[in-house]
Ligand binder design. Structure first.
Ligand SMILES: NC(=O)CC[C@H](N)C(=O)O
Length: 227
C-alpha cells in the first residue's frame, strides 16, 4: 500500500494541487487536509504547501500558525511524523516554532521568481535520504519573504548539528549563511523555500529534482513500516 501524504489547504494556499500531484507522481497517495480539520485522517506524513495563507496578513504564516490543523500537525510532529513545509509552509513551520529562525523580506525588497541552485547538505532527514550526499539540485524559488535569519548561536547550533538541509549556491534573497532549508532536531520536520512540487516533470522543467524529496519520505516511511 502506498503511503498517505496529507497536503494542507489554508485560505490563500496556492501550491496545494501541485504538491498533491508531486506526491502522486512519486508513488504516494495524496490526501487533502483542510485548515480547520481537527484531525489529519490517518495520514503518514504532512506537506504544508506554498502560497499566501490568510493573505500574508501580519507576516507570512503568522495566522496559519493558529489554525486548527496545525495543533494536530504539531502533536504528530512531536511523535515523529514527517512534516515538510515549502515556502509559505516553511514560514508556517517557523511561526509555529516547529523550526528555529524566521523568514523575513528579501534583502533586495523584491519578489524573486526564478530557479534556484541548491546543495543538499544532509541526507539524514526524512525528506532528503534519497539524494546522493552533497547533490546539487535546481528548484524554482518564488517568494517575497524568503530571507532566512536566526541569531548567530542558533545558526552555529544548526551547522554543528547538521540541520542545515539545503544551501543556496546562488543566494537569491540574502539568507544568512545561504540557508535555504533546515530541519528540527529529530530530522522529521524540514522546511525549505524553493519548491520541489514545481520540479517534477522533464517537460515543464526546470528539473525533476523535486521528486527526490517525496521519494525520500516514501522510503523513510517504508523503512519504518518494515522495521
Ligand atoms: N510561494 C510562496 O509560498 C510565497 C510565500 C510568501 N507569500 C512570500 O511571498 O514570501
Amino acid at each position: 500500500m502506498s503511503a498517505r501524504v496529507g497536503v494542507v489547504t489554508f485560505p490563500g494556499s496556492l501550491d496545494d494541487r501541485d504538491a498533491a500531484r508531486a506526491v502522486y507522481l512519486a508513488g504516494g497517495e495524496p490526501v487533502a487536509l483542510w485548515h480547520d480539520d481537527a484531525q489529519i485522517h490517518g495520514v503518514d506524513a504532512v506537506f504544508l504547501p506554498g502560497g499566501f495563507s490568510y493573505g500574508d496578513a501580519l507576516r507570512c504564516g503568522a495566522i496559519a500558525r493558529f489554525s486548527q490543523v496545525m495543533d494536530t500537525v504539531k502533536a504528530a510532529a512531536a511523535q515523529g511524523m514527517p512534516v515538510l513545509g515549502v515556502c509559505n509552509g516553511f514560514q508556517v513551520l517557523c511561526e509555529s516554532h516547529l523550526l528555529p529562525g524566521a523568514l523575513v523580506r528579501n534583502a533586495h525588497l523584491r519578489y524573486r521568481n526564478r530557479p534556484a541552485r541548491l546543495r543538499v547538505e544532509t541526507t539524514r532527514t526524512a525528506w532528503t535520504n534519497a539524494f546522493a550526499p552533497e547533490a546539487e539540485i535546481v528548484l524554482p524559488a518564488k517568494h517575497g519573504e524568503g530571507r532566512y535569519v536566526a541569531d548567530e548561536a542558533v545558526l552555529d547550533r544548526l551547522e554543528g548539528d547538521g540541520r542545515v538541509v539545503f544551501r543556496y549556491l546562488d543566494n537569491p534573497n540574502g539568507s544568512m549563511r545561504d540557508i535555504a532549508g533546515v530541519a528540527n532536531e529529530a530530522g522529521n520536520v524540514v522546511g525549505l523555500m524553493p519548491h520541489p512540487e514545481h520540479a517534477v516533470e522533464a517537460l515543464t522543467g526546470p528539473s525533476t529534482d523535486g521528486l527526490g524529496i517525496v521519494a525520500s519520505v516514501l522510503a523513510h516511511l517504508s523503512e519504518g513500516a518494515s522495521r
